[in-house]
Design a protein around this ligand. Structure first.
Ligand code: DOR
Ligand code: ZN
Length: 419
């Protein structure tokens, strides 16, 4: 089966792109024969988004999200590959639970890989999984603090053991950097907290100290350290100062880049997330970190919960909100505003993730690569209306926000899955 995409704007040139089965077999000016043609009308084609930070849920939390609803959300957001996070029910902590997840993931309409949780008690199980040389495992995931109800690690010796495994099996460790003890100390200072205290209670110091510790250990051990959802200016400074000294990679999320605690005035607990939304100063430093090359990736941290749960009082409301459908439109709007170039966006949303996590033959538009493609229209206006989301989590702290630049089509393995 040969599909020809006519009039694609790739790297500012009008080109023809031929897909044979699921692979890009030709890019150029000639018009090859094909079984089927699709006119892209000179719209821009970028590599499909690879999201290294997606909470798909399913299993015992399919009320919040399942592989079908998450896939539909991903496709709407131009995302062709997701890395599923392990803090599920049951958690991805051993081969048995990974296999349960593998069964569920057969419903996926996008490509996927799994992140495996490392805790104080399961390192033998992690090794057992890695000894099978799984091609569907992207990374290990370590939480240094509780966030909703995951298990966390607060013992330096355990962190070191995880880093040793990461080095031996050449697999990155993705870390949620907030330190549990620090979060507990700051949280104890507030008597009747509301969401406006969230940024104080899960204090910036807790993320910063965690990042310092992790960089120190990774410098000693030499493994690949991937810092998830970097939220503070100080962390960007620290990462920048250490990029040459250790194997550290920096992810931020759209919400730590583009919004801050001011939005809680209208969003309330819908904007409750860990690490918390910080300040305008942090947004600005993270943006600078993107343009100076300190930030490597943007992960959505798509973390769906039921609206009814999010509307509970602050202490009971879970942290996290959906991001798969809002991420790329928000970032394209930033390209239109001149915050960064489209080339930089592609680095942040696909190219760098494919390289850091060694995703074979994806993340670029090149002959021989899988045809995971997102067609965008930089002039297409949008308004965020969560009731129209594909995710089961139909709410958003961005509700009502407008912008320009949206997804028009998403191809996964050469097949048009969204238009
Ligand atoms: O806000 C968050 N939600 N942060 C996390 O680290 C976990 C996530 C979730 O799973 O809901
Ligand atoms: Zn997360």
């Amino acid at each position: 089966m040969k599909t020809l995409l006519k009039n694609c704007n790739i790297n500012n040139k009008t080109q023809y792109l031929l897909i044979e089965n699921d692979i890009i077999s030709y890019i150029g000016n000639n018009i090859p024969d094909a079984d089927k043609e699709i006119d892209i009308n000179n719209l821009i084609v970028i590599p499909g988004v690879i999201d290294p930070h997606t909470h798909i849920r399913d299993l015992k939390q399919s009320d919040k999200e399942d592989w079908t609803s998450a896939s539909n959300a991903a496709l709407r957001g131009g995302t062709t590959m997701v890395f599923d996070m392990p803090n599920t029910r049951p958690p991805t902590i051993n081969l048995e639970y990974l296999n349960l997840k593998r069964e569920k993931a057969k419903a996926a309409k996008v490509n996927y890989m799994f992140n495996i949780a490392a805790t104080a008690d399961n390192l033998q199980d992690v090794i057992e999984i890695l000894e099978t040389k799984p091609s569907d495992v992207a990374a290990l995931k370590l939480f240094l603090a509780g966030s909703n109800s995951n298990e966390y690690v607060d013992d330096i010796e355990v962190i070191k053991k995880v880093f040793d495994i990461s080095l031996k099996y050449d697999l990155p460790v993705i870390v949620h950097t907030e330190l549990q003890k620090c979060v507990e100390e700051y949280s104890a200072k507030i008597k009747n907290p509301t969401v406006k205290d969230h940024n104080f209670m899960r204090n910036r110091e807790c993320s910063v100290k965690g990042t310092e510790l992790l960089i120190e250990l990774a410098t000693e051990i030499g493994n690949k350290l991937y810092l998830a959802h970097t939220s503070t200016a100080e962390e960007i400074d620290i990462i920048k100062a250490n990029k040459d000294k250790c194997n550290v990679y920096c992810e931020t999320s759209p919400h730590h880049l583009l919004i801050n605690e001011d939005i809680l005035e209208t969003a309330g607990n819908l904007g409750k997330v860990n690490p918390p939304l910080r300040t305008k100063r942090d947004n600005e430093r993270i943006m600078k970190g993107i343009n100076e090359g300190t930030v490597d990736t943007i992960g959505t941290d798509h973390a769906p919960h039921q609206l009814s749960e999010k509307l509970k009082p602050y202490n009971e409301a879970p942290s996290g909100f959906p991001g798969l459908e809002t991420s790329l439109p928000l970032l394209l709007n930033e390209v239109n505003k001149g915050s960064f170039t489209l080339e930089k966006l592609v680095e942040l949303t696909s190219l760098n993730s494919s390289e850091i996590f060694k995703v074979k033959n994806r993340g670029r538009i090149e002959e021989g690569f899988f045809a995971d493609l997102t067609v965008i229209d930089l002039n297409k206006p949008w308004k965020i209306e969560a009731e129209n989301f594909n995710t089961k989590a139909k709410y958003s702290p961005y509700e009502g926000i407008t912008g320009k630049g949206d997804v028009v089509m998403t191809f996964v393995n050469g097949k048009l899955k969204y238009d």
